[in-house]
Design a protein around this ligand. Structure first.
Ligand SMILES: [Ca+2]
Ligand SMILES: [Ca+2]
Length: 158
């Protein structure tokens, strides 16, 4: 009899575990942060445009339909107003990934540029810990990705 509660809880656990996989699958964000390369190659990071563009965040459209990201935002953990990247007219194709680089450059279908400059203070992604947030045009949080390690240069969010 003394093992009965354990048996019951194990059974309850088994039942409880069943729906977990489908629920997680359904929770996959339509637009997902997949990777942040937060420590630009080279040390120390010198703040030049090439170095700023060496840090980036990647966002993927996990759906089977193209999604307009116009008005969507990407930002870090700080509350600084200039740490918000807002997509202009841009459509991310089904299953496609876009890379948002911190520095200046010519926007393409696969790479967008935050357009920041000004040396070492222009970096967005902290080298030890930070959080990226993606919000839709209505300001609703769609996905976020946190990291906390200065031992590696990037984080796989997906
Ligand atoms: Ca570096
Ligand atoms: Ca930051």
């Amino acid at each position: 009899m003394r093992f009965l509660p354990l048996a019951l809880s194990a059974a309850a656990l088994a039942v409880a575990l069943v729906p977990v996989a489908p629920a997680q699958a359904a929770a996959l964000p339509a637009i997902q942060l997949v990777k942040i390369y937060y420590n630009s190659p080279g040390s120390p990071d010198n703040g030049a445009n090439g170095s700023l563009n060496g840090e980036w965040a990647q966002i993927k459209n996990t759906t089977r339909k193209a999604v307009s990201l116009k008005g969507w935002t990407l930002r870090d953990k700080t509350r600084a107003a200039d740490h918000v990247y807002t997509f202009g007219a841009f459509t991310l194709g089904a299953g496609k990934t876009v890379t948002v680089r911190t520095g200046k450059g010519k926007d393409t279908a696969t790479t967008r540029y935050w357009g920041r400059s000004g040396g070492t203070f222009a970096y967005i992604w902290n080298q030890a810990s930070d959080t990226a947030y993606v919000r839709n045009a209505s300001g609703k949080l769609i996905d976020s990705c946190s990291y906390n390690s200065s031992r590696v240069e990037s984080i796989n969010c997906a």
